[in-house]
Design a protein around this ligand. Structure first.
Ligand SMILES: Cc1cc2nc3c(=O)[nH]c(=O)nc-3n(C[C@H](O)[C@H](O)[C@H](O)COP(=O)(O)OP(=O)(O)OC[C@H]3O[C@@H](n4cnc5c(N)ncnc54)[C@H](O)[C@@H]3O)c2cc1C
Length: 563
């Protein structure tokens, strides 16, 4: 017997029952727009910092980065985590990580666009700035795979400490090609490079490392050694070679260790397992044991930290770009959503309280971007003493501050979208899970503060350069002048710097951001920055812009327009 329900469903009235509602007041996805053209702050920074020549290229890249298909590459690479196998089916050790094709496609685009190479192959005015801008666009599509791109880019200054090795490796590192095959580097025309410093017992304190390097013959820079030990974190383990820290009788030294030996056999560098990460999942990170792997010493024996720190400084800079980019993607999503969603009778982005939150998020992003691009210009001008000193101090300060500001920024942007922002079918959870990583790796927050102190102690002129640069804005805003004067006063005595370091470094970052925004930024953004960051009213969360600021203008500037 048919139930009454079934009988009803089979009638012509069915269409009334199934058509439960019309979907309205839901924004369309933020896609098919030009990430570069729709980012006023980025375009201004590119011109200001000397990379106007890259404008057309960035515009083309921005169009690619905003396409729905491109955005989907990021989704696919994260929805399909890399997998790992130690051996092949015949029992041979392979240490092979398999990635989704979307990951490989993103790697290909990054490498073919020279995100790992351009400032080294075409140095000069605006080279780092142009690369930073493109990296900023690229990592908004997918941030995790940028890890091996960054490490490959950053390896060059360290490897150049050993000219014979650099001659051999640099051409392949700098080639704008992607070759993902697990074969000896001698069979490849392009390679990627990773870094392996961190061990279980030491972590940030690499002096506690126990991995030992034994000379196979002659000792010293450029000579081959066999390494025995372990590494607790090694990202992108499919890289073709790694810069590794290991102990010799003269202390911690830096080595270049390829995956394969020159005779075509596998170097005994064995991946134990992949890390089970909360974020950065498209990229593999691993635990490794090193069982006599052949490696060549890079730079002076016993000065391994000094050698690898040049790589680390570059990766710290990329952490700034990556975190600023994460903020941009978060505010683009939040402002797009609020522009296209109404509640209680008005568009969200027109409602005063939401305006305060959105504008505050945009300001944070613009400040992070302005700071990052200024450091990029300093990197382009390392022959100038002021720029060299500035980059030395502004890198740990910025790495600390910008990366640390990002997780709460991602969360707050997610909240602007409401419940849908928590769902895995949008980018917000990925941005949120990605956000703490930059703050922790490449030297976590306290370590950056301690590095700031180290720079001040070793080269006190770095502080003079920092304040000289910041003071360029003196006289343009009373709040800034007072903030700067107080900070300079508090630096008169740095005897208990370690204890006060976070407070001082926070304020250094705010001073530099304020200075840059006042001199070069949008008037409304700079005013709201000074009002909310330099003249505290006590509020701690986003959405604390005081009355008198112009959130509507800030939101208009920061909201991408989709055609
Ligand atoms: C996803 C991911 C990928 C990674 N990939 C790599 C990689 O490819 N290669 C690599 O070498 N490493 C890698 N790392 C390791 C990373 O660089 C370390 O986790 C980081 O340097 C911190 O070391 P640790 O985890 O041992 O923490 P610890 O060194 O134990 O530090 C713990 C806390 O103590 C703080 N601290 C340390 N010393 C002091 C001090 N003197 N005063 C005050 N506070 C202090 C730190 O800031 C931190 O907050 C990766 C980490 C992550 C999360």
């Amino acid at each position: 017997m048919n139930s009454p329900q079934r009988k009803t469903e089979s009638t012509a009235d069915n269409r009334y029952l199934s058509a439960t509602h019309e979907v309205i007041n839901q924004p369309r996805p933020l896609e098919n727009y030009n990430l570069y053209e729709q980012d006023t702050a980025l375009r201004e920074a590119v011109l200001r910092e000397g990379a106007g020549f890259a404008n057309d290229d960035l515009s083309q890249f921005g169009a690619w980065a905003g396409q729905a298909d491109t955005i989907d590459l990021g989704n696919q690479a994260n929805a399909n985590k890399p997998s790992f196998r130690t051996h092949d089916r015949y029992g041979h050790r392979v240490d092979e990580v398999t990635f989704h094709p979307a990951y490989h496609e993103l790697m290909r685009v990054a490498l073919e666009n020279g995100l790992h190479s351009s400032p080294w192959t075409n140095p000069g005015k605006g080279a780092h700035v142009a690369r930073a801008a493109k990296y900023y666009l690229h990592s908004q599509v997918e941030a995790a795979h940028c890890c091996p791109i960054t490490m490959t880019f950053a390896a060059i200054p360290s490897i150049q400490n050993q000219p014979d090795l650099a001659k051999l490796w640099a051409p392949k590192i700098l080639a704008n090609e992607y070759d993902s095959r697990n074969v000896p580097d001698t069979d490849k025309t392009s390679v990627t490079i990773g870094m392996a410093m961190t061990e279980k017992q030491g972590g940030s304190d690499v002096r506690a490392n126990t991995t030992v390097a034994y000379p196979t013959g002659q000792e010293g820079p450029g000579q081959p050694y066999e390494l025995v030990g372990h590494k607790w974190f090694v990202s992108a383990p499919m890289c073709d070679a790694f810069l590794v820290l290991a102990q010799t009788t003269s202390g911690l030294s830096c080595f270049l260790m390829p995956r394969w030996r020159p005779d075509g056999t596998k170097n005994p560098w064995q991946v134990q397992q992949l890390k089970n990460k909360m974020g950065n999942v498209a990229n593999a990170s691993s635990e490794v044991e090193i069982r006599g792997a052949l490696a060549w010493m890079v730079g002076e024996e016993g000065r391994g930290v000094r050698t690898i720190i040049e790589m680390v400084a570059m990766t710290r800079f990329d952490c700034m770009i990556g975190s600023a980019a994460g903020m941009r993607q978060a505010v683009a999503q939040a402002s797009h959503h609020c522009h296209n969603r109404s509640a209680f009778g008005a568009t969200l982005s027109d409602q005063p309280l939401m305006q305060n939150v959105l504008a505050d998020l945009i300001i944070e992003n613009e400040a992070a971007l302005a700071y990052t691009m200024r450091v990029a210009r300093a990197m382009d001008n390392q022959n100038n003493e002021h720029e060299r000193l500035l980059a030395r101090l502004a890198t740990p300060v910025g790495k600390y501050w910008i990366c640390k500001r990002t997780p709460n920024h991602a969360y707050e942007a997610m909240e602007c979208i409401g419940g849908s922002g928590v769902m895995e079918d949008c980018i917000m959870p990925r941005l949120f899970r990605e956000s703490p990583v930059n703050a922790i790796w490449e030297g976590s927050g306290n370590v950056q503060c301690l590095d700031t102190l180290r720079a001040l102690q070793k080269e006190p002129e770095t502080l003079d350069a920092f304040f000289k640069e910041a003071a360029e804005a003196r006289g343009t805003d009373r709040r800034f002048d007072q903030f700067l004067a107080q900070l300079q006063h508090d630096f008169a005595d740095i005897s208990d710097f370690q204890y006060r370091a976070r407070n001082l470094v926070d304020r250094m970052a705010l001073t530099m951001q304020g200075s840059l925004l006042l001199r070069f930024g949008d008037k409304n953004v700079a005013d709201a920055f000074c009002a909310s960051r330099l003249q505290s009213s006590g509020g701690m969360n986003y959405g604390n812009l005081p009355s008198g600021t112009n959130p509507a203008a800030i939101i208009k500037r920061g909201t991408p327009v989709v055609g």
